[in-house]
Design a protein around this ligand. Structure first.
Ligand code: SIN
Length: 523
């Protein structure tokens, strides 16, 4: 039996930050990740971290932009905490070694993205997430009391009858064994669930595991109807289940959207044109693709010289060249793709979930900051700030006595025959297609109800299978649960707000100015 002071599940910016901060205060930290330590959504974040550093900027403006983009559903107290802690924590990251771009005076260079009224994105080229991840991993390695369990998959939470979390059941993928790991505190930082959609910028690991296991343990899950579609994924670039992202920062530096016949269209949808908030841009592209019958729109790079584009966006430059797109002379073909879940495990401003001693940080959490739509580059910021808040809260509570009372029993994984493997991969594929077709940028009550029925059918097939308890089995279970939660949350919100657009209810309604909370009711 394994016992730890703290268990952290997930190794993106949130999980690593928390583990690094708590390590000096405990005997041991267990850091579990289902693939390698650097396989996380953070790694693919191109844009940067939004924080107030500009001379013309203020906390009030950043708060205002966040609330407006979130269509006034965000929790104001959480937004204020996030924004006011931003600069301090970005400087902390810099001091840990993250190389953000600076000018000759040593001040951060600041990028611009949709919905921001000021330049406030701290960045490292177009690989900010990678730079942060690398820095945190280097620092984590300086502690010998952080025990990393890579290729370990958390199957379920251990929660007693008093709603107290006491640990997790863990599948060691190499040994093919499930074992309980006990701990006074569990911090879920497993990232998003973009893999429930056919086209996504998220890596293969993003199957909503943290949300599903918390839901199964009776945690409150909030605002899952607000799924963000990034307007500009590179067309036809799917590799290992994910589409390549063309950062919004490219539009921030002057690129603009146009149709195949060179006509611009964003002026019809917003006076901010190509730099409108993501929900508006993604819907505009979706509408234009439906109108024209084309497969993609173009991102025109004519404001760039080759030198400037290559220097500012080296990874995008390289990828486009690889795909024979002669940037910046040729435009980039782009399409929207599922990108970020604004909802998740409901937490308070200390990152506490509704289950005692269970915390949630990063994309997996719904801290209330994003409301109906996330402001660009507020995600790394939220992860950083709420990991810090969770750390402070846990550090205080470490003084409380703790005793494990729940025995750990879990049936062991069993070998899976080819037929079952095929059934599972069929369910996964059908689910992703169904979510893309019926539960994406523009929804209707009919499409949601049809999706709900079809997920029920897929779930029935799944739950009729024997219990195999291997990763493929758990991932499909988790994807089905998360999809059901997204659909049912969407059905509950009979209005359109931010990312949640339902044709039958095109307006915002004041009576829906509250979170949508789901707890043990959909599967
Ligand atoms: C981007 O660079 O466009 C993505 C950053 C984000 O999701 O905020």
């Amino acid at each position: 039996m394994k016992n730890f002071d703290v268990i952290v599940v997930g190794s993106g910016i949130a999980g690593l930050t928390f583990a690094f901060k708590i390590a000096p205060y405990v005997n041991n930290v267990c850091l579990i990740t289902k693939k390698s330590i650097d396989d996380s959504n953070t790694n693919y974040a191109q844009g940067g971290i939004a924080a107030v550093f500009g001379d013309d900027d203020s906390f009030e403006l950043h708060i205002k932009d966040t609330l407006e983009t979130g269509r006034f559903l965000s929790h104001k107290d959480a937004v204020e905490i996030m924004v006011s802690n931003g600069p301090r924590l970005v400087i902390e990251l810099k001091e840990l070694g993250a190389k953000f771009e600076t000018d000759e005076d040593g001040k951060f260079k600041l990028g611009k993205e949709g919905g921001h009224s000021r330049r406030r994105i701290v960045y490292a080229g177009d690989y900010t997430g990678y730079e942060i991840e690398k820095t945190l991993i280097e620092n984590i390695k300086t502690y010998n009391n952080i025990f990393m369990y890579t290729n370990h998959f958390v199957c379920d939470l251990i929660v007693d009858e008093n709603n107290l979390c006491q640990g997790v059941y863990v599948l060691d993928v190499e040994k093919n064994e499930i074992e309980p790991y006990f701990s006074q505190f569990v911090v879920i930082a497993t990232g998003g669930c973009g893999q429930v959609y056919k086209f996504t910028t998220n890596p293969m690991i993003a199957t909503g595991d943290g949300i599903a296991i918390s839901y199964l343990a009776n945690a409150k899950i909030a605002n899952m109807e607000f799924f963000q579609f990034h307007p500009t994924a590179l067309y036809n670039s799917e590799e290992l289940g994910r589409s390549f992202l063309i950062s919004e920062a490219v539009r921030g530096e002057g690129a603009f959207l146009k149709l195949k016949d060179n006509r611009q269209f964003m002026h019809k949808y917003s006076d901010k044109k190509s730099l409108a908030p993501r929900d508006i841009v993604a819907r505009a592209i979706d509408a234009e693709l439906k109108l024209t019958g084309e497969d993609f729109v173009y991102l025109d790079l004519s404001p760039f010289t080759e030198k400037k584009f290559k220097e500012r966006f080296p990874k995008i430059y390289e990828k486009c060249k690889q795909m024979n797109i002669n940037v910046p002379y040729e435009p980039i073909p782009v399409v929207p793709a599922a990108h970020y879940s604004c909802g998740g495990i409901l937490t308070d401003t200390n990152a506490r979930s509704s289950i005692k001693n269970l915390y949630a940080i990063g994309e997996v959490a719904c801290t209330g900051v994003h409301g109906g739509n996330r402001l660009a580059s507020n995600s790394l910021l939220e992860a950083l700030v709420f990991a810090d808040l969770a750390f402070r809260d846990v550090r205080e509570k470490l003084k409380e006595p703790f005793e494990t009372t729940v025995p750990g029993f879990y049936s062991q994984p069993r070998p899976m025959d080819e037929e079952t493997k095929n059934i599972l991969s069929k369910i996964r594929k059908q689910l992703k297609e169904l979510m893309w077709k019926k539960v994406s940028i523009v929804k209707t009550v009919k499409s949601l109800k049809e999706a709900d029925e079809q997920v029920n059918i897929l779930s029935e097939t799944f739950f009729n299978l024997e219990n195999y308890n291997n990763v493929e089995y758990f991932e499909v279970r988790n994807m089905l649960i998360v999809s059901k939660i997204i659909i049912n949350s969407a059905l509950k919100r009979k209005e359109s707000r931010g990312l949640h657009y339902v044709k039958d209810f095109p307006e915002e309604k004041n009576e829906y100015l509250h979170d949508t909370i789901i707890q043990k009711e959909v599967l």
